[in-house]
Write a protein that binds this ligand. Structure first.
Ligand code: NAI
Length: 327
């Protein structure tokens, strides 16, 4: 039998946490033959509720679940973890300035970066879900210099899956037949959902849809605004789809992407596609042997170029804002 993998979920008493931990314990993230030990972190006001989640995990009698650590102590939470899914954060509340939210999250990610760096297992891989996801991941990277940058990522897979879903609905095909959409840039409304290289079977999505106005207009805004549409409908933000996307992200990273298929991940830019180096930016990636590689050589037309640049500019501004919160 395999040794258990220790998976940390921060913000585990929250909405996404509640959807995510049973998925992990059931093998959705790491496969049906991989035992797991869950580490769940939340803050003291959520301690009782966190303990309730732990009780439910016991009650669910998951065969793969070999242990549960539920704690408000960041050191205990981070100790020995192989995977860290960072869902905890400070939400934007009514009347708050962007800078105030940024400042709260920068300080959270700075201190959790240090805890991970000191106490996580060697080669721990990190996925940041909490918003502003790209910039939180960047701060985590900066304050955990001994964690290789290739081990730090943020979630844009939900946006990627939303784009697959929209194309599948539009064409009336199974979502599993749609592949190679791309989310470029920030996990925000400036992200660019790109179908120029996407296919169904061996046919380009653009040819099959045969409606450039829709693909260059409503399709993009629908994916960009989908989070807001879910809040409007549910009065709560996306949770099950975010949790499922987090499992997809980690699964593909660890177990590899299928031949001929890429996915979108927020990763540290090396300057590919003229995206400024030093930002955490969503790119098309393939994964093998536990490592991602940015897909190279895709043609970027003028329309796309503007959109790639716009979302990069927003990320540069966020980075500057984050740094101004540190000083
Ligand atoms: P939530 O508010 O239900 O849960 C957040 C949890 O984090 C709460 O239990 C809170 O107590 C905890 N928390 C706060 N500060 C913490 C800290 N310092 N350490 C540990 N835990 C802490 O929020 P929800 O709906 O679960 O969303 C979580 C985050 O994910 C939000 O930032 C949200 O904007 C983001 N999100 C990101 C998506 C993506 O695709 N990247 C999609 C959907 C949400």
């Amino acid at each position: 039998a395999k040794d258990p993998v220790r998976v940390l979920v921060t913000g585990a008493a929250g909405q996404i946490g509640y959807a995510l931990v049973p998925m992990i314990a059931r093998g959705v993230m790491l496969g049906p033959d991989q035992p797991v030990i869950l580490h769940m972190l939340d803050i003291p006001p959520a301690a009782e509720s966190l303990n309730g989640v732990k009780m439910e995990l016991v009650d669910a009698a998951f065969p793969l679940l070999k242990g549960v650590v539920a704690t408000t102590d960041v050191v205990e939470a981070c100790t020995g973890v192989n995977i860290a899914v960072m869902v905890g954060g400070f939400p934007r509340k009514e009347g708050m300035e962007r800078k105030d939210v940024m400042s709260k999250n920068v300080s959270i990610y700075k201190s959790q970066a240090s805890a991970l760096e000191k106490h996580a297992a060697a080669n721990c891989k990190v996925l940041v879900v909490a918003n502003p996801a790209n910039t939180n991941a960047l701060i985590l990277k900066e304050f955990a210099p001994s964690i290789p940058e290739k081990n730090i990522s943020c979630l844009t897979r939900l946006d990627h899956n939303r784009a697959l879903g929209q194309i599948s609905e539009r064409l009336g095909v199974q979502v599993s037949e749609v592949k190679n959409v791309i989310i470029w840039g920030n996990h925000s409304s400036t992200q660019y959902p790109d179908v120029n290289h996407a296919t169904v079977g061996d046919k380009p999505v653009r040819t099959l849809v045969a409606d450039d106005a829709w693909l260059n207009g409503e399709f993009i805004t629908t994916v960009q605004q989908r989070g807001a549409a879910i809040i409007k409908a549910r009065k709560l933000s996306s949770a099950l789809s975010a949790a499922s996307a987090a499992c997809d992200h980690i699964r593909d990273w660890f177990l590899g992407t299928p031949q001929g298929t890429w996915v979108s991940m927020g990763v540290y830019s090396d300057g590919s596609y003229n995206v400024p180096a030093g930002l955490i930016y969503s790119f098309p990636v393939t994964c093998a042997n536990g490592e991602w590689t940015i897909v190279q050589g895709l043609h970027i037309d003028e329309f796309s170029r503007k959109k790639l640049d716009l979302t990069a500019e927003e990320l540069s501004e966020e980075k500057a804002l984050a740094y101004s919160c540190l000083s």
